[in-house]
Design a protein around this ligand. Structure first.
Ligand SMILES: Cc1cc2nc3c(=O)[nH]c(=O)nc-3n(C[C@H](O)[C@H](O)[C@H](O)COP(=O)(O)OP(=O)(O)OC[C@H]3O[C@@H](n4cnc5c(N)ncnc54)[C@H](O)[C@@H]3O)c2cc1C
Length: 430
């Protein structure tokens, strides 16, 4: 199967990681992206290798908090009214997985994929020249009060049960680790397994350049039509050109559902837009990523400056960004980092590809064994990209995947899980 032609749609961190793993296995790889080096969520994210994030977004009791968040126009969660009708099936599914048993099932699957992350990410970083761009310094979650810490205790207990290492810290211990944090911080939890990168844009740029230097082709173009054929797939670009490949991988981030639907696969995928501001000379220094648990945002010390960001806005892929969100997060950050200078910040927003159950889709299409999906990584695409690449290469080359892929199957969104779909999806010895 060496030399097998593989087309990867999408040059974000997931598509590039898939291309890397396919190339390593001997495939002839073409990556198609309408804007290969351009702005995308993989370039501007917080840069966290967030392996300790194993809880789904939808958990029991969340619905009590949502109304308060939504009523605050610049709170951590926003639903744009004009998009609400489109969002209903996704929201319904999100609500349905908000039970204790579903949270256990989903967090188990997230813990399993995250437990592999460094096995796949570190060799990739070493190989492509990013060995000095990964900082294994852990992360610090900080709280303004004892009650805030206690409120999150069940979450920390659940994480610990899944192998997440934690260390509870007093206010003075927190400030010993991060002297820039002000007196508002009363408690902290250190998670040593977390790490961060120098700059997510550098990661994507270096990886893309390495792929081209090592034989991958990058094609600029938008895939408008995807058709499964008997021996592969045909992809028609805007402008009319049609390409054929033995295997096709859809890694088009938040846009992937449009292509999956053309094949007849039902996918629940929404844009969960996030915002941040990167301040090149913030006047304060952090050693590691800090998570502000009470107000739901983070700050990461990157090579390009201090990046302050978060927010979850459900407004669809075409809505204009509302950069008041970036500004409001900087205002909040000043509460915690009193010495922080805010001048010269660069605002940014990007579309997280969000599934209702917080699990990515890493799966053969239900309609064709030649087409593989790798999208829906939500808050964890940078973290899980290299492992997704490894799994997809296993599927491409008929190897037994390193994980049980049932929780990540596209068939979980089907109303009727027909025997045919299941046979096609799981019919290769795994
Ligand atoms: C504020 C914020 C902070 C985040 N922080 C972190 C973090 O700390 N750690 C972490 O792990 N994750 C984080 N994430 C999430 C992470 O950025 C995403 O999960 C990840 O980047 C998704 O990568 P992707 O390759 O799937 O999508 P993208 O980066 O969006 O790439 C998809 C590509 O597909 C192309 N494309 C789409 N449709 C077509 C088409 N039809 N034809 C051709 N090309 C097409 C697009 O042009 C794009 O280049 C964060 C996200 C946000 C918004």
């Amino acid at each position: 199967m060496a030399g097998m032609s593989v087309i990867v749609v999408g040059a974000g961190i997931v598509g590039l990681s898939v291309a890397y793993a396919a190339l390593q296995s001997g495939a002839a790889v073409t990556i198609i992206d309408r804007d290969p080096g351009g702005d995308k969520v993989s370039l501007g994210n917080a840069g966290g290798i967030a392996v300790t994030e194993v809880m789904p977004a939808s958990v029991p009791g969340l619905w009590k908090k949502v109304p308060f968040w939504v009523l605050d126009p610049l709170g951590p969660l926003t639903l744009r009214v004009s998009h609400a009708p489109h969002l209903l099936p996704w929201l319904w599914s999100f609500a349905k997985v908000g039970t204790a048993s579903e949270a256990r099932r989903i967090s188990g699957a997230l813990a399993e994929i995250n437990s592999r992350v460094y096995d796949d990410l570190v060799p990739l970083f070493n190989k492509v020249g990013l060995a000095n761009d990964l900082f294994r310094k852990g992360a610090l979650t900080v709280y303004e009060s004892e009650s805030g810490l206690r409120r999150d205790q069940p979450v920390w207990d659940a994480k610990r049960a899944l192998g997440v290492e934690t260390e509870e810290l007093s206010a003075s211990q927190v400030r010993n680790m991060e002297p820039a944090l002000g007196p508002i911080v009363k408690h902290g939890v250190f998670t040593p397994q977390w790490s961060h990168v120098s700059d997510p844009k550098k990661v994507v740029d270096v990886l893309r350049t390495w792929l081209v230097a090592n034989g991958a082709q990058i094609l600029r173009g938008q895939v408008d039509l995807l058709v499964a054929t008997a021996d592969g797939a045909a992809l028609t670009l805007n402008g009319g050109r049609t390409l054929k490949a033995a295997k096709t991988v859809i890694a088009a981030g938040a846009w992937s559902a449009q292509l999956a639907r053309q094949l007849g696969d039902r996918v629940l995928l929404e844009s969960e837009r996030g915002y941040n501001t990167t301040i090149a000379s913030p006047g304060v220094a952090l050693e590691r990523e800090v998570i502000f648990a009470d107000r739901k945002f983070v700050a990461t010390p990157l090579s390009v400056g201090l990046r302050v960001g978060g927010a979850a806005e459900f407004g669809g892929l075409d809505a204009a960004p509302n950069f008041d969100r970036s500004k409001s997060l900087v205002t909040l950050a000043k509460l915690y980092l009193p010495g922080m200078k805010v001048e010269g910040g660069v605002e940014w927003s990007g579309h997280r590809p969000a599934t209702p159950d917080s699990l990515p889709i890493i799966s053969r299409s239900g309609r064709s064994r030649h087409i593989i999906y790798a999208f829906g990584h939500g808050h964890l695409g940078l973290t899980q990209g290299p492992t997704t690449g490894k799994i997809v290469a296993d599927l491409l080359f008929g190897r037994v995947p390193c994980l049980n892929l049932a929780p990540f199957s596209v068939t979980r969104f089907s109303n009727k899980k027909s025997a045919v779909v299941r046979r096609q999806n799981f019919g290769d010895g795994w």
